[in-house]
Design a protein around this ligand. Structure first.
Ligand SMILES: [Zn+2]
Length: 76
């Protein structure tokens, strides 16, 4: 199984699981202050198989964005 890549993954998305395949969901930053909850399992289409994928877009607090930025800097 391969993982769906997320450029800016938030660390707090480990509690929710995918309703389709029960993989731990990831929160992926798509825009400043907005993240989408996605299933990292490439064999699973969640949430892109949902008619209401907009429900998976969540507001992200400044603090979380700073954490992501910090961890990205630390990787390089
Ligand atoms: Zn899934």
């Amino acid at each position: 199984m391969s993982d769906r890549k997320c450029e800016a993954e938030l660390n707090d998305a480990t509690t929710a699981v995918c309703p389709d395949c029960t993989t731990n969901l990831k929160k992926c930053l798509i825009q400043q202050n907005y993240a989408v909850v996605i299933c990292p399992n490439l064999d699973c289409g969640y949430p892109f198989n949902q008619t209401q994928a907009i429900n998976n877009i969540v507001y992200v607090k400044e603090k979380e964005i700073i954490e992501v930025a910090k961890s990205r800097l630390a990787d390089k």
